[in-house]
Design a binder for this molecule. Structure first.
Ligand code: G3H
Ligand code: 13P
Ligand code: ZN
Length: 314
């Protein structure tokens, strides 16, 4: 089947209490690792591309890689999504490039400006059959105005704003800030997710799909390998997987994962270089990285509960 929007995926995920994995892709090996996992687990899939990924790989190459993934997996519903679009122009370009879903992240702007920009993107995207994810509240990490882990809790989504926001913008899904942040350093000690924010938003917006960003778990296996083989990430900490499962059973229908992919690839490359200092064939270190991504994604699909659900999302 051709690329699809997230509409049916989210309907099924909401109804049947799981979440669809949204994995960031930057190159061929990352995409292949994800696709091998998806093919074996028969899960619906969102492949997401950031502005940085567009610039790094060039969208033509990424789109061609994803087109191959789609044609080789005709039974799997796959959506191609813009992650953290920051301008109307970028969102429009992605719609024109064949994305089936875009995120406009105007969450750093005042409420009225967020509404205005989101609405403009929604109008253009909907005219072209593309769905839109918006964001209310702010996460740490890449949203630079949120300074560090301590500041995250001050920027949670205000459930009292969501009905007005969704009503005025017409967005199709909403990213909520519930205590997660981007990157590998999400918490200083114990994790503190605000499940009450998810619950309260769900009460205000029944049947509306929510999105959780910053959802990598910083898996011990990869953190340990990185630290063992010359890396330095001793304080890295992610969202515990039982919290991801809990959120996936609530109104969270899309879970964003990038850091765990990066750490899997980095860990394996470091291991190969440490164990075989003479290795200079990229296939010999990217290959193990791709395999690690595959195994990690297979595991995640079960944490999210979307393994085996491809059929009901078509
Ligand atoms: O949310 C951020 C994603 O991890 C993408 O990161 O902008 O460095 O590609 P990036
Ligand atoms: P992580 O950094 O936790 O993987 O989050 C990725 C993300 O939210 C992409 O939008
Ligand atoms: Zn994000």
């Amino acid at each position: 089947m051709a690329l699809v929007t997230t509409k049916k995926m989210f309907e099924a995920a909401y109804k049947n209490h799981y979440a669809v994995g949204a994995f960031n892709v930057n190159n061929m090996e990352i995409t292949q690792g994800i696709m091998e996992a998806i093919a074996e687990e028969k899960a619906p899939l969102i492949l997401q591309i950031s502005k940085g990924a567009r610039e790094y790989a060039s969208i033509g190459y990424l789109k061609a890689i994803i087109d191959v993934a789609v044609s080789e997996n005709p039974d799997i519903p796959i959506s191609m999504h813009l992650d953290h679009g920051d301008t109307f122009e970028l969102c429009k370009q992605c719609v024109d490039d064949g994305f089936t879903s875009v995120m406009i992240d105007a969450s750093s702007k005042p409420f009225d400006e967020n509404v205005k920009l989101t609405k403009k993107v929604v109008e253009y995207a909907h005219d072209h059959g593309v769905v839109v994810e918006a964001e209310l509240g702010q996460l740490g990490g890449i949203e630079e105005h949120v300074q560090g882990v301590d500041d995250v809790s001050k920027h949670l989504t205000d459930p009292d704003q969501v009905v007005e926001f969704v009503g005025k913008t017409g967005c199709d899904s909403l990213a909520v800030a519930c205590g997660t942040s981007h990157g590998a350093y999400k918490f200083k000690s114990a994790s503190t997710l605000a499940f009450n924010v998810i619950e309260d938003v769900e009460k205000k917006l029944p049947n509306f799909p929510l999105v959780m960003h910053g959802s990598s778990s910083v898996l011990k296996e990869f953190k340990d390998l990185i630290n063992k083989y010359g890396g330095k990430m001793p304080d890295a900490m992610g969202v515990p997987e039982d919290a991801i499962t809990k959120a996936s059973k609530m109104a969270i229908c899309k879970v964003n994962i990038d850091t765990d992919l990066r750490m899997a690839l980095t860990a394996k490359i470091r291991q190969v270089f440490a164990e075989k200092p003479g290795e200079f064939d990229p296939r010999k270190y990217l290959g193990p990285g791709r395999e690690a991504i595959k195994q990690m994604v297979k595991h995640k699909l079960n944490i999210l509960g979307c393994a085996g659900k491809a059929g009901e999302c078509r």
